[in-house]
Design a binder for this molecule. Structure first.
Ligand code: HEM
Length: 243
């Protein structure tokens, strides 16, 4: 049975995790979850084949492939990371389902992002210009590359057995921190491009909406605690009750 990937105790979230068919499973995932992943792989490979058929094996082709993979990954990441606030703020059948399928969207994101990394690695020797860091500087390789450790850790702990070994608290810290790191990297990549190319504005806005949803949820969950801390500070510092 899939692990309860709960980031809070909202009843809507608890209910949504019970909606997936758990009758037959492989590595703790129901067949439905695997079919989403297989359909995603088929879609990625079909679009890759189409791009290759149209362009042939050229440098612009690899650029298109890289952009397609990283944008497809973003789509799945958005669904996975937005599922929890959407289910809390707009409780309905669709958002409950989104919540229940969140682990599968997360792994689809990881697969597409690894395809992006593979495309970027392959294009260096295939179209070698004499400068190994022509396309991506060494710092970007190190910073961007280290994020793949997080992406792989998130994907592996989307399966019940590794998640249970990690424990609920550590699982939540890894997935929440990892999610924010990935969202901020997307904000940096799309945001910087959006400053000069209008094409990227909708992508940057999508990242901002995602971060807005998540931060509003954090605020909702922690505002009572924050109020208590502020009130205690006010009482200690100036003898007043505070807000
Ligand atoms: C070793 C790690 C990485 C390398 C070598 C790398 C390299 C690149 C390159 C070469 C491009 C330009 C593609 C082109 O237009 O031809 C690119 C674009 C981009 N990268 Fe990365 N990247 C890395 C990691 C990441 C990570 C971790 C993220 C996000 C979580 C990310 C997000 C993006 C985005 C959003 C674009 C813009 C794609 C577009 O034009 O739509 N990258 N990256």
């Amino acid at each position: 049975m899939p692990v309860d990937f709960l980031e809070g105790s909202d009843p809507v979230v608890v209910q949504s995790t019970t909606m997936i068919d758990t009758s037959r499973n492989i590595l703790g995932w129901p067949i439905k979850g695997w079919s989403i992943l297989v359909a995603w792989l088929v879609l990625l490979l079909s679009v890759d084949s189409l791009i290759i058929a149209i362009n042939g094996v050229t440098e612009p082709l690899f650029s298109q492939l890289a952009r397609f993979h990283v944008r497809a990954a973003f789509f799945m990441f958005w669904l996975a990371f937005a599922a929890s606030p959407l289910a809390v703020f707009f409780p309905n059948r669709i958002t409950h389902r989104l919540m229940a399928y969140r682990p599968y969207f997360g792994v689809c994101f990881a697969v597409a992002h690894l395809a992006f990394l593979f495309t970027n690695i392959a294009r260096v020797p295939l179209f070698y210009s004499g400068k190994p860091f022509d396309l991506t500087g060494p710092l970007n390789w190190v910073l961007g590359g280290s994020l793949y450790v997080v992406i792989i850790a998130l994907a592996v702990t989307s399966f019940p057995a590794p998640a249970q070994r990690l424990g609920n608290r550590r699982w939540r810290i890894l997935h929440t921190t990892g999610g924010y790191l990935i969202a901020l990297t997307y904000l940096n990549s799309f945001g910087l491009r959006a400053l000069f190319q209008a094409e990227y504005i909708p992508w940057a806005v999508a990242v901002l909406v995602l971060l807005g949803l998540r931060i509003t949820l954090e605020w909702k969950r922690h505002s009572a605690k924050l109020h208590t801390v502020v009130r205690e500070c006010c009482v200690r510092c100036c003898g007043m009750g505070g807000p």
